[in-house]
Design a protein around this ligand. Structure first.
Ligand SMILES: Cc1cc2nc3c(=O)[nH]c(=O)nc-3n(C[C@H](O)[C@H](O)[C@H](O)COP(=O)(O)OP(=O)(O)OC[C@H]3O[C@@H](n4cnc5c(N)ncnc54)[C@H](O)[C@@H]3O)c2cc1C
Ligand SMILES: *[C@@H]1O[C@H](CO)[C@@H](O)[C@H](O)[C@H]1NC(C)=O
Ligand SMILES: *[C@@H]1O[C@H](CO)[C@@H](O)[C@H](O)[C@H]1NC(C)=O
Ligand SMILES: *[C@@H]1O[C@H](CO)[C@@H](O)[C@H](O)[C@H]1NC(C)=O
Ligand SMILES: *[C@@H]1O[C@H](CO)[C@@H](O)[C@H](O)[C@H]1NC(C)=O
Ligand SMILES: *[C@@H]1O[C@H](CO)[C@@H](O)[C@H](O)[C@H]1NC(C)=O
Ligand SMILES: *[C@@H]1O[C@H](CO)[C@@H](O)[C@H](O)[C@H]1NC(C)=O
Length: 464
């Protein structure tokens, strides 16, 4: 057994060509303080008695949980994560931080009207076909539930039992459009769009089912989705942050790492340039394995072969203050001829004068994206679709804008049959490294927490 001092010396010489400002020795290093990293840190420290450190690039925990605090009304506008599924440990996690819950608060659901406009001109399209009536939507969803629930053992709490080759159920490999036609469930699409943004007809059904899984569907149907009370999704993470205290290094990222079967060393740098060298017998990666995120981790061939096959989808979420979008109104821009090369979606926030927005535009910088959003809003005024109050200039200002770009499954059916999921899961535990988060399981917070619970006991094996 190497002594502490010599192992730190070994680590310094291996990952740091500089003398770090600080060194730490921990049981588990957690990369990313979003839904999965925060949950893992709390459980490992509080329930398993381990020393942990969380390395978080931003200044807050919570990842995709984003809250705009409106200074005018003192209201919390949740513009990232909105609602929670009552699945796995979710309610217990809220209870542990004394955060009460309430039935889901979903403004988009109660929207009075969605206005469909041409994306190029901003003028109202009067000829959009009406969605199916609600009863037909619900009937289709009920039928879908009876199908998707058969596949739950393959999906939740993760893909541990997912089969390969001919054992993969044929339904899961159909293009989504064919699956919908086979079961006659096309009418459920407005609910699916609302919950997860919908699936395109060419998407492999497995990937649509990952998002539109049994607990989500039954939670919608039986009204058990929930929100914190008051409806401020940042409260949970604020309390976790207080509890974890100095065990979270904010504004910090890994710049170098070595990993082998005996443990890991990571060199971390904060935004001010100060470096910390951390050694631990275990690493838990709880951010998405994007090329930029994993670059300092020196991936091996097997890791590269898996992570390089995911697709990246650009998404920004935010809040816009304007003086011309009426209350209870959402706006959908329909792309036609001359449509701009990006997508803007406008939703109702629940507070007058504030809209929640999505922006998808590959290659746009933050400032360019914000400008495109403002342009889309002002187009609605120049087209005469909406008007500010008499005597006022039209104003549209992006008051919150956060990057939610993430990886998604896009592997071919052949790759699935050849064992892609098994190849991915075989990375778990290699070179003292474990992986959690939205890519490893259906991607809602509650699913991610339940999946993390399957990882922790395995990660802890061999640690006293
Ligand atoms: C628009 C949108 C809406 C959603 N709505 C819901 C919802 O209503 N309900 C729900 O249950 N789920 C929702 N989800 C899904 C939910 O966000 C995910 O389940 C959850 O965030 C996944 O957790 P995670 O830990 O994998 O990733 P994240 O929560 O994204 O956490 C990753 C963390 O890692 C940090 N990080 C990234 N790179 C680095 C780096 N290099 N170094 C250090 N730290 C880094 C990030 O800052 C972040 O804090 C939504 C997702 C999106 C995109
Ligand atoms: C990162 O580690 C490698 C050895 O693993 C070393 O060659 C390199 O100099 C290190 N880089 C920094 C910035 O410390
Ligand atoms: C970190 O260490 C470097 C030298 O290695 C030093 O120049 C720098 O001032 C230190 N930063 C802090 C914040 O201590
Ligand atoms: C709908 O109306 C727009 C103009 O208002 C027109 O350009 C478009 O072709 C119409 N679409 C259909 C399907 O009729
Ligand atoms: C779906 O796949 C078909 C056949 O491969 C292709 O022609 C079509 O363009 C695809 N549609 C989308 C939206 O990708
Ligand atoms: C609602 O759905 C959840 C998730 O599947 C299920 O566990 C629960 O039993 C259902 N509750 C009711 C009241 O039907
Ligand atoms: C929402 O919660 C966060 C975290 O506790 C807090 O900082 C913020 O002020 C709250 N927002 C409002 C409007 O109360």
């Amino acid at each position: 057994m190497r002594g502490l001092a010599s192992s730190i010396f070994f680590a310094v010489s291996a990952v740091a060509t500089i003398v770090p400002n600080k060194t730490l020795q921990k049981d588990v290093i957690i990369l990313g303080g979003g839904a999965s990293g925060t949950y893992a840190a709390v459980r490992l420290r509080e329930d398993y008695g381990k020393d942990v450190v969380v390395i978080e690039a931003r200044t807050l925990l919570g990842g995709n949980v984003n809250t705009y605090n409106d200074p005018v009304t003192n209201t919390a506008i949740n513009y990232g994560v909105e609602a929670y599924i009552d699945y796995g440990p979710a309610k217990d996690f809220f209870a542990r931080f004394d955060v009460p819950t309430q039935p889901v608060v979903e403004y988009v659901q109660s929207v009075g009207s969605t206005v469909y406009v041409d994306a190029a001109s901003g003028t109202v399209l009067p000829n959009i076909s009406a969605p199916p009536v609600k009863a037909d939507q619900l009937a289709a969803l009920q039928t879908y539930l009876t199908v998707v629930e058969q596949y739950t053992p393959y999906l939740l709490p993760g893909y541990w039992n997912f089969p390969s080759g001919d054992d993969i159920p044929a339904d899961m490999l159909l293009p989504w459009g064919d699956f919908e036609a086979k079961y006659g469930v096309q009418d459920m699409y407005p609910i699916q769009d609302l919950i997860d943004g919908g699936a395109s007809p060419n998407t492999t059904t497995l990937y649509a089912m990952m998002n539109f899984n049994e607990p989500v569907v039954s939670g919608y149907l039986n009204g058990t989705m929930f929100d914190p009370l008051p409806f401020n999704n940042s409260i949970l993470y604020g309390r976790a942050q207080e509890l974890l205290g100095e065990d979270v290094l904010f504004s910090s990222q890994v710049i170098n790492a070595t990993r082998d079967d005996s443990g890991v060393s990571v060199l971390v740098q904060d935004d001010a340039g100060a470096t910390t060298l951390i050694t631990a017998p275990r690493l838990l990666v709880a951010f998405q394995p994007t090329a930029a995120n994993v670059a300092p981790l020196a991936l091996d061939g097997a890791e590269n072969a898996v992570f390089s096959t995911f697709s990246s989808s650009v998404l920004w979420v935010g809040v816009v203050r304007s003086n011309f979008i009426p209350d209870n109104t959402a706006v959908t821009f329909i792309p036609g001829a001359d449509a701009p090369p990006y997508t803007v979606e406008i939703g109702w926030s629940g507070t007058s004068g504030l809209s929640e927005i999505f922006f998808a535009g590959a290659g746009y910088t933050e400032d360019e994206g914000k400008q495109a959003v403002v342009d889309a809003f002002l187009l609605l005024v120049s087209a005469g679709t909406f008007a500010p109050p008499e005597g006022e200039e039209a104003v549209a200002e992006v008051v919150a804008f956060t990057d939610h770009t993430g990886l998604g499954f896009d592997q071919s059916v052949e790759m699935l049959q050849q064992g892609f999921i098994q190849q991915m899961y075989a990375l778990q535990g290699q070179r003292s490294t474990w992986w959690t988060g939205a890519l490893w399981c259906p991607g809602y917070s509650s699913n991610v927490w339940a999946f993390t619970d399957t990882i922790l006991p395995q990660l802890l094996q061999g640690l006293d």
